[in-house]
Design a protein around this ligand. Sequence first.
Ligand code: OAD
Length: 304
Amino acid sequence: MHVSYINLLAAAICRSGSWRSIGIRATSYRGLCNSPDSFEKISTIIRDKCENVVVMAGAGLSTPSGIPDFRSPKTGLYHNLQKYKLPYPEAIFDVQYFIDNPMPFITLAQELYPGEKYRPNLGHYFVRLLHEKGKLLRMYTQNIDGLERLSGIPGEKLIEAHGSFSTASCIVCGDKHDPEAVKKTILAGKVHLCSCKGYVKPDIVFFGEQLPGKFWLHNLDAIAADLLIVLGTSLEVHPFASICDAVPYRTPRILINREVVGSLGLRDLDHVLVGDIIENINKLAQEMGWLDDLIALQKDNENA
Ligand code: OAD
């Protein structure tokens, strides 16, 4: 009994792609969707009615920066992995597969290493602006591209739930390694080896691995939040996706994404902006009277 409880708990805290948002799909959403009215209502909520915003983000936040997402048909990374000859697309982030064949991840990591060629976009700066206006309680991101950090969102406000390239460890003995040395090896197309001969990988959370301890802060943040904003994610991967269901019913939730996902749209206080994230954030910022601040923030950060 005790052992199976522990196993259950371990399964719950490990990253999994198979859990769905308790089977709910938002096929008919009640929230307002892309009418001029919806921009007005959402902007009033953000500008005038909230002080503790929790943001959840996924790969759709970074596609405007030129990084493909994972699951979009045709353009998503998982649809374009033929060259790696993977048994199934998610294998690229599977620890067991990495032990057998690390090269697909190494090749992908060369492309994705933060600070090499991609820059934050208006969506990242919108979240930074929430912080500048004193409204950001926390941003939870699944992204490993480091663009949130580059946009200037401070570390204490940011939870990189699927890890990052900023630290690295041996997958066998757990020893920490100099991230710059690991980066150099990976950019040279090789696997970094530990003194124990185990492979070293950047601390990106692979399927079957535990999320960083900071992620569990969401249990408190979800209760303290007076608004949840969900940006550019399919909400397919748990436990990350479950944050949006942990937020109480009295808390408004706003989804900005190409399509309706998870349970978003099923609650009376949900609002859904379907379409391109940058277009919608642009319109929203304009409606809120924040557009000049947003553009200035982006310019200042890029020139710094
Ligand atoms: P997905 O690729 O599953 O979902 C991205 C979502 O963003 C989809 O709903 C897209 O329609 C939407 N989207 C893409 N571009 C957009 C745009 N310009 N405007 C609006 N919406 C847009 O990515 P995630 O939900 O982040 O693991 O996937 C979760 C995890 O699965 C990732 O963290 C990744 C993967 O295994 C790691 O990186 C380690």
